[in-house]
Design a protein around this ligand. Structure first.
Ligand code: HEC
Length: 188
């Protein structure tokens, strides 16, 4: 029987479509990485500034207001949805992952347990017409003040006041605390 396409023609067609798709994906992923970098680049100094000026108790209040505000402002200026989620969220309204984010966080946890470096702990893909991207955030020394095993009682009580449903404690150095999560503008 004669085949309508030779294997060589099929390879050529697939190869050509892969070439067309690649730059778009790369550009979108690069944009996602830039947005994560600008978000983290604002949140970290904000946190460090509060810690220095007001200690961890004051920093909780700062974080509670400033971190979501920074995410919202970057969302507005880029058109992308920007947020942070965790399998153990502190802010249950904003930080609870949806099904795709939960699956991605679990996949990143597995990668981490298999020894992946922090810089490799990201994942992006097109989901229902939007490019979704997550970058894990790793627990460093400063994070333990508010996400560690043994919190200062004053820190514990202000966290309980702001976040009665908090589950974001008990973390150790090097753990995945959560992730920055992005979705490209709808219809992009
Ligand atoms: C001074 C206390 C404090 C420190 C230090 C701190 N956080 Fe948080 N963290 C918070 C508060 C408060 C929230 C909830 C913010 C909100 O309402 O969106 C939060 C939320 C988060 C979230 C969003 C998901 C969730 O659970 O709501 C991530 C991710 C996160 N922190 C990671 C980190 C990492 C990584 C570090 C260290 C680099 C860190 N945090 C240090 C207080 C702190």
């Amino acid at each position: 029987m004669k085949r309508p396409h030779s294997t060589a023609a099929l390879v050529a067609i697939l190869g050509a479509s892969a070439c067309f798709a690649a730059p778009d994906r790369q550009a979108t992923e690069a944009e996602a990485k830039r947005i994560v970098a600008s978000f983290v680049g604002e949140v970290k100094p904000m946190l460090q500034g509060y810690m220095k000026a007001r200690g961890p108790v004051g920093a909780v209040e700062g974080c509670a207001v400033d971190a979501p505000a920074i995410a919202d402002r970057i969302s507005e200026s880029t058109g992308w949805e920007v947020g942070r989620v965790s399998l153990k969220p502190r802010n249950v309204d904003r930080g609870t992952p949806d099904a795709w984010e939960t699956a991605t966080l679990r996949q990143l946890e597995k990668k981490r347990n298999d020894g992946a470096d922090a810089s490799e702990l990201n994942h992006g893909e097109w989901v229902e017409g939007r490019y979704r991207y997550m970058q894990a955030q790793i627990v460093e020394g400063v994070c333990l003040n508010c996400h560690g095993e043994a919190l200062d009682p004053a820190v514990q009580s202000i966290i309980a006041e702001y976040y009665p449903e908090d589950s974001a404690t008990g973390f150790s150095l090097g753990d995945i605390r959560g992730a920055v999560t992005l979705a490209s503008p709808p219809g992009d």
